[in-house]
Write a new protein. Structure first.
Length: 305
């Protein structure tokens, strides 16, 4: 074997296999916007010959709906979207979040804060200035001590994205004063633990990504690639999942919603495929990431406001 061929083989071996994920919060039934995110991440993973994992982001019990996680998983299954590995539930991973928080505290990158929402009003809700240490026994949050840096990344759909972490985000919460871990901390810990190589999700999380990239560096974790899908908005321009008009997708009749989700992602909807399996297979073969519309939120429906 020539030296060149040997080097090539080594490069192939070293290349990390693609691992993607879908991480719903169990706050209700799976709606069309979630289906788009699930399908987009699944198609990208399959088109890259990789694995697709599902993680239940049940970090916030007061917002969760009993039985919603199971119903979401059953709906995903009806759409042919099955996790390749056992489910991960954030509610079972608090020790990992605590360890990450402790590391940030030890490194001087997290601090206790008892500032009220009202106190932060003057700075637009952002925590920008140092504050007094809370008195012993006072309930307090833990915040990240955010440096004055720009964080940038390149997204295959959105393009180049830059955020000034200090000016646009400020010292963000890692653990709330009610003891709940913040999404930003948990998601970074879990994406690393699951070896996720690319995160495909809705553009509503675009402005969270720089925070997460900074946290990854602070915790010595690898940074995955990021791809943000266009958001599905209702006729009032609100994110579908958060609006009153968002309807759950029909798990009894998955093909129409699956085709609508494909069209929303700029893909062909293959009307000749008569089963979920056939449609997903064909959509994987023809998946074109460059056809996904850029994340300028597009609307469904005709409303204007
Ligand atoms: Zn404070």
């Amino acid at each position: 074997m020539s030296e060149h061929a040997g080097q090539h083989r080594d490069e192939v071996v070293k290349e990390t296999p693609y691992r993607g994920r879908f991480a719903p919060s169990p706050t209700g039934d799976l709606h069309f916007g979630s289906l788009v995110a699930a399908l987009g991440s699944w198609l990208r993973a399959r088109a890259m010959g990789g694995a697709w994992l599902v993680r239940i982001e049940d970090l916030d019990p007061p917002r969760e709906v009993v039985g919603a996680a199971e119903r979401q998983l059953a709906t995903l299954a009806a759409f042919g979207l099955l996790s390749d590995e056992p489910l991960v539930r954030q509610s079972e991973r608090h020790a990992h979040y605590e360890a990450a928080l402790q590391r940030l505290i030890d490194d001087g990158l997290a601090f206790p804060c008892a500032c009220s929402r009202k106190q932060l009003e003057a700075s637009g809700g952002l925590h920008l200035a140092p504050c007094a240490a809370p008195a012993a026994g006072t309930p307090h949050a833990w915040r990240a001590r955010v440096p004055d840096i720009d964080i940038a990344f390149d997204d295959p759909v959105v393009g180049h994205y830059t955020q000034s972490l200090r000016r646009e985000v400020g010292d963000f919460v890692l653990k709330r004063n009610d003891g709940l871990y913040a999404y930003q901390l948990a998601v970074v810990v879990d994406d690393a633990a699951q070896g996720i190589t690319e995160i495909v999700r809705g553009a509503d999380l675009l402005d969270s990504t720089p925070r997460q990239i900074w946290l990854q560096a602070a915790l010595g974790l690898p940074t995955p690639r990021y791809l943000h899908l266009p958001l599905v908005l209702d006729e009032h321009g609100r994110k579908l999942g958060k609006s009153l008009t968002s309807l759950p997708v029909d798990a009894q009749d998955p093909l129409p919603a699956l085709r609508a989700a494909l069209r929303f992602l700029g893909q062909h909807d293959h009307p000749d495929c008569s089963s979920v399996t056939a449609l997903l297979q064909r959509a994987t073969t023809h998946f074109d990431v460059t056809a996904i519309p850029a994340s300028i939120p597009s609307r469904i429906g005709e409303g204007s406001d």
